[in-house]
Design a protein around this ligand. Structure first.
Ligand SMILES: [Zn+2]
Length: 210
């Protein structure tokens, strides 16, 4: 049943709106911790409703939701990476399986791998040097040595074809990882940026050889 004086209340609110908002703002500012705690308790007691509301909000505010999760991730990044590292040390078997699976998926997507001939072709084309840092590299070195010769996927999500593979030292390959090649190059080798981009363009123009 609506309040008898609802019109009166509405009018009163309209007249005093600014004043009320100011009081609310001040209260929020002074009792931030208290409000946060109350919200936490409320969400715990009304878990289903709060999850539903959160979902609805995400659905209607997709951009803000993404922005929010980015900021959240930035905030917890150091903590998160520490947990990841710890987990990887404790679960070597899962890590191995996951790595195997991602390689396997790549092969499923791009069934043509590198043949001996195309390997030699890549070596000849890139003149036995890392295309990023231009150091001489050696394939006889053991793994984890910075100047060990490796083949880097220029587009990390692309296939193992001659126009997507480049000679690279182990260090550059590791440092690049899954990052976008242009962004990474600009950060890591700002002075050599143009030269590296030219090299990449030349490689990409090649037709992939089976
Ligand atoms: Zn390098």
């Amino acid at each position: 049943m609506p309040c008898k004086n609802s019109d009166y209340h509405k009018k009163w609110y309209q007249i005093n709106r600014e004043r009320i908002l100011k009081i609310q703002r001040e209260y929020k500012k002074n009792n931030r911790e208290k409000i946060r705690l109350a919200g936490k308790i409320y969400r715990k007691e009304h878990l289903q409703q709060s999850t539903e509301r959160m979902r609805r909000w995400r659905y209607y505010n997709p951009e803000r939701s993404i922005d929010y999760s980015h900021r959240y991730y930035e905030r917890v990044k150091p903590h998160h990476s520490e947990i990841c590292k710890k987990w990887k040390v404790e679960h070597p078997e899962e890590v191995r399986v996951h790595r195997h699976r991602s390689n396997f998926n790549r092969r499923l997507k791009f069934p043509i791998g590198v043949t001996k001939e195309s390997e030699a072709e890549i070596k000849r084309r890139d003149r036995g040097k890392c295309i990023y840092c231009a150091r001489s590299i050696d394939e006889t070195l053991p793994r984890y040595v910075p100047t060990k010769s490796t083949e880097d996927h220029i587009d990390s999500k692309g296939g193992s074809t001659i126009d997507n593979l480049a000679l690279s030292c182990w260090e550059c390959n590791q440092s690049k990882g899954n990052k976008d090649v242009l962004i990474w190059t600009k950060e890591k080798f700002p002075k050599r940026y143009n030269r590296i981009v030219n090299k990449i363009n030349r490689i990409k123009k090649l037709k992939s050889v089976i």
